[in-house]
Design a protein around this ligand. Sequence first.
Ligand SMILES: NC(=O)c1ccc[n+]([C@@H]2O[C@H](COP(=O)([O-])OP(=O)(O)OC[C@H]3O[C@@H](n4cnc5c(N)ncnc54)[C@H](OP(=O)(O)O)[C@@H]3O)[C@@H](O)[C@H]2O)c1
Length: 244
Amino acid sequence: MAYTIDFTGKTALITGGASGIGYAIAEAFQEAGADVIVTAKSDNSLEKCNEKTRFGTLRKYKLDVTNDISIENIFAEIDDLHILVNNAGIVKRGLEYRIEHFADVINTNLMGVMRMSHDALPKLALTHGNIINIASMFSFFGSPMSPGYTASKTGLVGLTKSLANGWSEHHVRVNAIAPGYIVTKLTKPLREVDEQREKITDRIAIKKWGVPEDIAGAAVYLASDRASYTTGTTITVDGGYSIT
Ligand SMILES: NC(=O)c1ccc[n+]([C@@H]2O[C@H](COP(=O)([O-])OP(=O)(O)OC[C@H]3O[C@@H](n4cnc5c(N)ncnc54)[C@H](OP(=O)(O)O)[C@@H]3O)[C@@H](O)[C@H]2O)c1
């Protein structure tokens, strides 16, 4: 028999899953049989998100991870929950030395993960489910242009360890993935500057930027029972950027 991962009967919620990395994870979870809910903050992103994938239909909801009522509303809509992917994130490159932008990025990328995870716990405890947080290369390096993003993603690695430790008694695993440079709308401004794009490409060991699908395999693994002894860790998926 083939080596399989089967999410049939499981429900996954992916914040910011209407585009980019989150959408690729959504498709992969659906391919493995899960019922998948994706969210976006804006109506525009939600409308642009094609809910008909090769593997079925995604459920789409509007969600703002900085807003408690918005979070309460989404959990009221969901019955069982087996997998939460905290993928929603922003960067305000060049602006984050101003405290209001620094705070906005922390509030979304770090506090948003805590809010979502906290409210998901009762459902995840019932299913012995798991959480995957999307970290970054800037969980390990300091971006001079994005101190808020760096602080949020570094914090996410620590938060992942704390929640994994604290919630093991509920049989809830918590892990993270640190993607390298991936072609999405978030990195469009970086890719548009030739010098910047090439400098990054040069440093990547396998000499190319990743695509969202490159992150999905790690997410499927971490969310599955194949990873039942893995908790509190951050898996790097970066084409070798961090080893050069
Ligand atoms: N692309 C990369 O190279 C890379 C590398 C490392 C880590 N990451 C991380 O990967 C994650 C996904 O990013 P991506 O590159 O796939 O970019 P993306 O397509 O822009 O996805 C970001 C998603 O987050 C949502 N979002 C933003 N603010 C939110 C809020 N307050 N509440 C709820 N949702 C919110 C966005 O919704 P709207 O579209 O409606 O604003 C969007 O759906 C982020 O956490 C990012 O930091 C990306």
